[in-house]
Write a protein that binds this ligand. Structure first.
Ligand SMILES: C[S@@+](CC[C@H](N)C(=O)[O-])C[C@H]1O[C@@H](n2cnc3c(N)ncnc32)[C@H](O)[C@@H]1O
Length: 474
């Protein structure tokens, strides 16, 4: 079936609005009550009880970067951006594009580079970015680009040296310079899918470069320690083992900070990732800490099995992973169901565009070659992966979390660095439809193949894309 069964979705019990979210298997149905009044909906001072936790998280972040010269940060970040801009221009120039006043449209650029369809969004982003930075001109009348400012050999060699200077100042290990240079050199092959970034990020299975990217640099160090302190203080006094689910735990950069902050706490820590590669190394990485278990988990599939029962977690941590969800609203609704009353959702997310990522890490975020559609939420058709801090807060609110203030707070020297800690606490004072009742009603109306795989209750439906169909009672 292609579209949602519109007639069957009318007059569902307790449902005022719904959203039909397609794929990857059968669809998911999100349902919300008829618009709740503000007074009954939410605790208007929801962040107040957490003011101390927010303060202590911020202090832990600051302590983790004590002694670093944060005032240099904007200038070093700009250096990194400049190197990336030169790299993009160099790749286009070496493909003999824009020579001798030539003008090309996007299709011609993609063809000349031999870009694999799944990476086309990255090249489109390069073109827009170069235009925004005045290093390429665009003629809206003809839809063609022209007059690329390409770096000469001397300028590019200087940029490579500056890259290492910026890398050091931002707290990345030397392997990061090697990684950025290796991806820059191989970009034509990477865009054609004749090589993969994974081999460069994990040479011979080694995780040093990835650890530098998610643990050692200053913004990550700040965010990981702030997230850890938030979990420790936000759950203080809780009885029994603290039940934590970590999603996309990868090289454990945040895990380690969290376990250190909980050194005196009994934990039931489920370390998960979509890839087995990370599960194998997790135990060694984390010194076989008692209470630690590992499991596969994909944020794009419905949670299933004994590790993922409703209400079974006190905390869910997802560091630099949730942007991989094809529909953020669906992923948040599924995660919320796994949390008990008052449960905490702690995200670390990049909320700022880094040009350097456009020539390296973004290649890891393209859809897979056989994926029918990419993002089906507010990012659909926009050639972007990341949400802004305000968009995250809105998504958390709609899914049924009281969002806490995003950290580092506005005005902090690391606030513009991109890595933000985004926290929500399960909100329980709202009227929501009963997903089981909705599913039972649909079972009576629809043949099995047409039913949604899951029904999740949310507090609000976010109007979104052209793909995720929405409805309200007629
Ligand atoms: C950017 S890394 C962050 C790693 C980790 N959080 C850390 O700080 O070390 C993203 C991680 O998310 C995992 N990942 C990617 N897509 C995922 C998905 N759909 N579901 C769960 N994990 C996913 C990757 O395998 C990788 O380990």
């Amino acid at each position: 079936m292609n579209g949602p069964p519109i007639d069957a979705l009318s007059d569902l019990p307790g449902v005022g609005a719904w959203q039909w979210v397609p794929g990857p298997g059968r669809a998911t149905l999100l349902v919300a009550a008829p618009t709740p009044s503000i007074a009954e909906r939410t605790n208007p001072r929801a962040d107040q009880p957490f003011a101390d936790e927010v303060r202590s998280a911020s202090a832990a972040g600051d302590a983790a970067v004590a002694g670093a010269k944060l005032s240099d940060f904007p200038q070093l970040t700009r250096l990194l951006d400049d190197v990336a801009l030169l790299t993009m221009a160099r790749v286009l120039h070496r493909a003999r594009l824009f020579h001798d006043g030539a003008r090309h449209d996007t299709g011609q650029v993609l063809d000349a580079l031999g870009t694999a369809p799944r990476h086309a969004w990255i090249v489109r982003r390069w073109l827009n970015t170069l235009v925004a930075e005045d290093r390429l001109q665009y003629d809206p009348r003809t839809g063609r680009y022209h007059d690329l400012v390409a770096p000469d050999r001397v300028r590019y060699a200087r940029a490579r040296r500056e890259l290492d200077e910026a890398r050091r100042g931002l707290g990345y290990p030397p392997s990061m310079t090697r990684f950025f240079l290796a991806t820059a050199e191989r970009l034509p092959a990477l865009l054609r899918d004749e090589a993969g970034v994974q081999e460069l990020l994990f040479p011979d299975g080694c995780t040093d470069t990835a650890e530098g990217n998610y643990r050692d640099n200053l913004p990550s160090r700040w965010a990981n320690h702030a997230a850890a302190a938030m979990i420790a203080s936000g759950t203080r006094g809780k009885r029994g083992p603290l039940r934590i689910l970590e999603v996309g735990a990868g090289v454990g950069a945040t895990t380690r900070a969290v376990l250190d902050a909980l050194v005196d706490t009994e934990v039931d820590y489920l370390f998960t990732d979509v890839s087995r590669f990370f599960l194998a190394s997790a135990r060694t990485l984390l010194d076989d800490r008692p209470g630690l278990r590992v499991a596969l988990f994909d944020v794009n599939l419905p949670p299933a099995g004994p590790n993922f029962t409703p209400g079974s977690r006190d905390v869910i941590l997802a560091a630099n992973v949730l942007h991989n969800a094809r529909h953020i609203g669906r992923a948040l609704a599924a995660l919320r169901e796994l949390l008990g009353p008052g449960g905490l959702l702690v995200l670390v997310e990049s909320c700022r565009e880094h040009y350097q990522a456009l020539t390296s890490m973004y290649l890891l975020m393209s859809p897979s070659a056989d994926e029918e559609r990419w993002f089906t939420d507010l990012r659909a058709g926009q050639d972007r992966v990341f949400l802004t801090a305000a968009e995250w807060a809105d998504q958390l609110d709609a899914a049924g979390f009281d969002p806490l203030p995003v950290l580092p707070a506005k005005g902090h020297q690391l606030a513009d660095a991109g890595q933000r800690v985004i926290v929500g606490r399960v909100r329980s004072d709202t009227r929501r439809p009963d997903p089981a009742l909705v599913a039972a009603t649909l079972a009576a109306r629809l043949p099995p193949a047409d039913r949604p795989e899951r029904v999740h209750a949310v507090d609000r439906i976010i109007s979104a894309s052209f793909i995720a169909t929405m409805g309200e009672p007629r």
